[in-house]
Design a protein around this ligand. Structure first.
Ligand SMILES: NC(=O)c1ccc[n+]([C@@H]2O[C@H](COP(=O)([O-])OP(=O)(O)OC[C@H]3O[C@@H](n4cnc5c(N)ncnc54)[C@H](OP(=O)(O)O)[C@@H]3O)[C@@H](O)[C@H]2O)c1
Length: 297
């Protein structure tokens, strides 16, 4: 895939703000037909207007879904299939952090529902379109928080996310930052497993940590003690446009045409937590995740 995306269809989830809007703007600037995934028609329309005005590219469509709701994701995939036969880039960017344990309409803990199950279900429902569009790329936005779940990293010993396959829904143990990071670890590991399954199809899947970026999720993650200083802190973080570079690189760099099943921090390939490379655990997680979204293993 070259930098020129004319004739290419790209979908970005969480396209209404933060990095998602910046990623979508850049892909539109390069000529892609954009499909923005928004939670509401109003926020989708606002993002569409912004992107068309910024790029002059009128080929910007909006589909709406609540990614915490599996039936909504299934309708979204149907809506995409009604409009397009092919998908060339899918950026699974949407993500969220929750202070308290809450359940989705499907009875799933919200971090698990939004940060892991949603991309897994959506991507598998769109695999036919991705394979029809090959060479095609799936770009997952992960988080390096999986390597150290502490919000304030003043002590030396990192606290990596762990995986409890018997408690994926965090019924017995809920610490918000840990559960967020665990969902990102699950996304990464199922991405590795998906890359194996897509061998020979021309569809790649890679995961990137974008860097700490000044977006709404930083407000959601910050402790009450940090809140008064957030305005100042955010000035030292990446801008959404800078944070978007990691996804844009994975989505478009010609040298990554066949690169699949890798983890990047910003634009550099990186080592992910040791547990993530355990194929037996990846496969157990794949099976459990498939069960949770009602798809064959
Ligand atoms: N910012 C960082 O430092 C950082 C670091 C590492 C990884 N990340 C990851 O980067 C990705 C982008 O986040 P961001 O930093 O740009 O934060 P953001 O500004 O909060 O953007 C999150 C996006 O996800 C959407 N979203 C959340 N829940 C949704 C749902 N149930 N249904 C549909 N859409 C939903 C939001 O839509 P609404 O506008 O409707 O809420 C928003 O468009 C996330 O996956 C995040 O975990 C961020």
């Amino acid at each position: 895939m070259s930098g020129d995306l004319h004739g290419r269809v790209c979908m970005v989830t969480g396209a209404t703000g933060g990095m998602g809007r910046a990623i979508s703007t850049e892909l539109a600037r390069r000529g892609a037909t954009m499909v923005l995934l928004a939670r509401s028609p109003a926020s989708g329309e606002a993002a569409r207007n912004h992107i068309v005005a910024a790029t002059g590219n009128p080929r910007v469509e909006v589909l709406t879904a609540d990614l915490a709701d599996q039936s909504s994701i299934r309708r979204l995939a149907d809506g995409f299939h009604q409009r397009h036969d092919q998908l060339h880039v899918l950026v699974n960017n949407a993500g969220a952090h929750f202070r308290r344990r809450a359940l989705s309409v499907d009875g799933i803990e919200m971090h698990l529902a939004v940060n892991h199950l949603s991309w897994f279900l959506l991507t598998r429902l769109l695999l036919d379109s991705l394979e029809a569009g090959a060479p095609a790329r799936i770009v997952n936005i992960g988080s390096q928080s999986m390597a150290d779940t502490r919000r304030v990293k003043i002590r030396r010993t990192p606290r990596p996310a762990t995986l409890d396959l018997d408690d994926l829904n965090s019924e017995h143990n809920f610490q918000p930052m840990t559960v967020y990071a665990t969902a990102k670890l699950e996304m990464l590991m199922c991405g590795y497993a998906l890359a194996r399954r897509l061998t020979g199809t021309g569809v790649t899947v890679n995961t990137a940590h974008p860097g700490i970026t000044a977006t709404n999720i930083v407000d959601a993650i910050s402790t009450p003690v940090l809140k008064p200083f957030l305005g100042t802190i955010k000035r030292f973080l990446l801008t959404p446009e800078q944070g978007a570079q990691a996804a844009i690189h994975l989505a478009t760099a010609p040298e990554l045409e066949t690169t699949t099943g890798h983890y990047f921090i910003k634009q550099t390939e990186a080592h992910s937590p040791d547990i993530s490379y355990n194929i037996a655990v990846q496969e157990q997680l794949w099976a459990a995740t498939s069960d949770l979204v009602g798809l064959p293993r």
